[in-house]
Design a protein. Sequence first.
Lengths: 150, 145
Amino acid sequence: MSNLIQDNVQERFSHYLQNNGLKLTSERLVILKESLATEGHFEADDLLVILKQKGCKTSRATVYRTLEILALAGILRKVYLGGSAIQFEKAFGLPHHDHMVCQNCGARFEFESPELQKLKDELGHKHNFAVTDYGMQIFGLCANCAGAMK
Amino acid sequence: MKTEKEILADYLKEKNLKRTEQRFNILDIFLATNGHISAYELHALILKRYSDIGFSTVYRTLKLFTECGLADEVNFGDGRARFEKAFRRSNHGHLVCSKCGHTEEFSSPTVENVQKQIVNKYDYEPQGFRFEIYGLCRKCRQRYL
């Protein structure tokens, strides 16, 4: 990630914290940096392991709460991919995409759909919601697994 | 068409699980609920009639219901899994208020079409989808903005 984007993200985070009466602690900053360094999807516990390996003494509760804040600030996105734990992924400055997951082997595809973008605006208007985010997950069987089960 | 009880009984048999009375009592109470219910809320309802059913039994049984297609698990971003009846219901999405948790349901041919396009493109056998729109409902906007 380029330095410019990193600076923008940090600025957005500190604005969000300030607006919500929260402090920009060094722990929150480390969690921000480590989540931006991840690739793909991660769980809160994955991040905790990485932080522990780097000698950071952050507690699990702090990691969980900070990830929630990062999601509310629009820096990360929470995704439900059918497993038991919520996954996070980077969202800031990236185009929206959705997921399709194989229920057998866990293979994932990402897709982008302009129709869904339009739909969430229409539905927000119709139901009088100020839309902040949306997500679609398609569950099914990939060609390999569907073939193997027949 | 099979009833909900028959679906559960068949699934238990297929998985070599016991056909306990408790599992069917939980099903009865679950089928009488409306909307989205968490395992805790369902347990509270069950305790009124069956004081000997524990929370973990309720939770595990709800998981069984999702496996055999009687329930869908839905997540509205607050970290608490909720369940809704899935059998004989059309596929639908949810609008969720991030502040008060108020939810509204919608069904849309657009979502069905997108699902069709994507599963065809990647050669998937579809089993279902979830679609959530997050935001602030009218009441919360008036209250907080």
